[in-house]
Design a protein around this ligand. Structure first.
Ligand code: ADP
Length: 501
């Protein structure tokens, strides 16, 4: 009786429920696919262990609905990916239970056969769906990525094509890509540039000047390389450019990306600026010398006795013309350092003498402010190879600042020592000090920590920028240590026996 009942149950399950089961699976699966909410539940066995008693009861009593409910719950919990595993587990439970319940071996075999056939169909369906879903997901992902790639490519292409800077890609000495601006700079058609030898883009002189760097670059060597050159246009005229090139790879081989900037305008402005500075300065210098000379002559009394208030007024005028004269000198110095024809006049510079001269030139001013001016120079301080006038300017500027920014009664110390490579000069003061955040900026042109200091202390924020430039030109280093309210130390390191430029 029991056997008969089970046979009916199983037969029923295998026929009527097969279609239904599959249909329901597909509906759930579809739904889950659409919602994309595939909950990954790893502990499949745990779920099955929980539902085994119900499954057995369902098989025994023919309550398939409960099995379906369990399967649905299982799919929802464990996610679509685990349906196959679930079905396999479910199949082995069924087979086990059938084996225990059905005594007749033939019947048992037939039922097991039916179970396997039916589950094979379901598993096949599920695995096909699985594969289809996987393929769809992949396809979707590829579509999305491709769209992103196309968008990014368009974006970069637009940026490069419309860039106001010439852009090109070079490989094996040839131009493989060029944008509109590069074509404009060279007065070529873009098509003419493609495949053209890169060396045709530069004048022979520029090519010669930068040959080594360019060749190394062609072999994918060197880091970034920036140089100014003359580009040779298609019509034979030339144009000043700045080229910044970086190594890259293109189609698996070493290549170079080059950014080419037309600097004609910049150069013109720079030349104008330089000639403006030197012209204006010279135009000021000549009348200033006359004014200053005449005032001094008047003060000397050689042109007649002066009453005290006349003398006071003329002395004030003399001080101001001296200041103006110094400012003009500073501007002239800057213009000269900036000029392309600038050269250091190198010789052996006696540092002891230069330091002493700088200190002595400020002795009177220091005395007027009641400052202690201390000098501590190592015996036989090594000479350096440098431009004496510039080194003198450097030392004078530092001592001048120390005296200027130290209140009455303070101390200014100048120390001269050396290490194996450098002569080291330290100018320390007990002055107003410089806040840490300002220390890197004081070497910039026209920078003053407190702009009202121009009125209070004089100066135009140029002294330290000149110092830095001089030190750099000599291959040295300038550093500052300072505490607000306590004082500052400027340290200059100049290489012994070595010059530059
Ligand atoms: P300036 O002609 O104004 O002195 P500098 O370039 O020589 O120009 O210095 C730039 C600024 O750095 C100064 O305006 C001042 O604020 C600060 N500075 C330079 N030297 C000292 C110093 N010894 N003590 C304090 N502040 C200093």
């Amino acid at each position: 009786m029991e056997t008969e009942k089970l046979r009916n149950i199983v037969a029923d399950f295998m026929t009527d429920s097969e279609v239904e089961l599959r249909e329901r699976f597909e509906i759930w699966i579809d739904k889950r696919m659409r919602s994309h909410k595939l909950v990954v539940y790893h502990d499949v066995h745990q779920i099955l262990r929980e539902i085994i008693p119900d499954l057995i009861a369902s098989v025994r009593t023919g309550g398939y609905e409960r099995i379906l409910v369990h399967l649905k719950g299982f799919i929802e919990k464990s996610g679509f990916e685990h349906v196959e595993a679930g079905l396999r587990a479910f199949r082995s439970i069924l087979v086990n239970e059938m084996s225990k319940c059905v005594q007749d071996i033939d019947t048992r075999h037939r039922i097991i056969e039916l179970i396997y056939r039916d589950f094979d169909i379901m598993l096949d369906g599920v695995s096909k769906l699985n594969a289809r879903m996987h393929a769809q997901r992949l396809e979707q992902e590829i579509m999305e990525r491709t769209e992103e790639l196309v968008e990014t490519k368009d974006l970069y292409r637009g940026l490069v094509e419309n860039s106001p800077i010439g852009v090109c890609l070079l490989q094996e000495g040839k131009i493989k890509f060029a944008n509109d601006e590069l074509a404009r700079i060279g007065r070529y058609k873009k098509e003419d540039l493609l495949g053209m030898e890169y060396h045709r883009f530069l004048t022979p002189e520029s090519l010669e000047e930068h040959r080594e760097g360019i060749e190394r670059r062609q072999h994918g060597l060197n880091g970034a390389l920036t140089y100014k050159a003359k580009a040779l246009r298609k019509d034979g005229s030339t144009v000043e450019v700045e080229i910044h090139s970086v190594p890259t790879t293109f189609k698996g081989g070493p290549a170079t990306q080059a950014l080419v900037r037309d600097i004609t305008q910049e150069k013109r402005i720079e030349q104008l600026r330089q000639s403006f500075f030197s012209n204006v300065s010279h135009e000021l210098k000549t009348p200033l010398t006359t004014i200053s000379g005449n005032i001094k002559f008047l003060v000397s009394g050689k042109m007649g006795e002066l009453n005290p208030s006349q003398e006071q007024a003329l002395e004030a005028a003399s001080e101001e013309t001296d200041k103006l004269d110094r400012l003009v000198d500073t501007i002239l110095e800057l213009a000269s350092l900036d000029s392309e024809s600038f050269m250091l006049h190198l010789s052996s510079v006696n540092m002891t003498r230069i330091i002493k001269e700088a200190v002595n030139s400020k002795a009177l001013q220091a005395e007027q402010k009641s400052l202690r001016l201390e000098m501590n120079l190592q015996d036989n301080l090594s000479p350096i190879i440098g431009d004496e006038t510039r080194i003198s300017t450097l030392m004078r500027n530092l001592v001048d600042n120390a005296v200027k920014f130290t209140p009455e009664g303070g101390t200014v110390r100048i120390k001269g020592i050396e290490d194996p490579d450098n002569v080291i000069v330290e100018v320390s003061d007990t002055g107003i000090g410089i806040a840490e955040e300002e220390q890197s900026r004081i070497f910039d042109r026209f920078y003053q920590v407190d702009s009202s200091s121009t009125r209070m202390y004089g100066g135009a924020g140029l002294g330290l920028s000149i110092c830095k430039e001089i030190v750099d030109l000599h291959g040295g280093r300038i550093e500052v240590e300072s505490d607000v309210g306590k004082g500052s130390t400027f340290r200059v390191l100049l290489p012994k026996e070595r010059g530059s430029r």
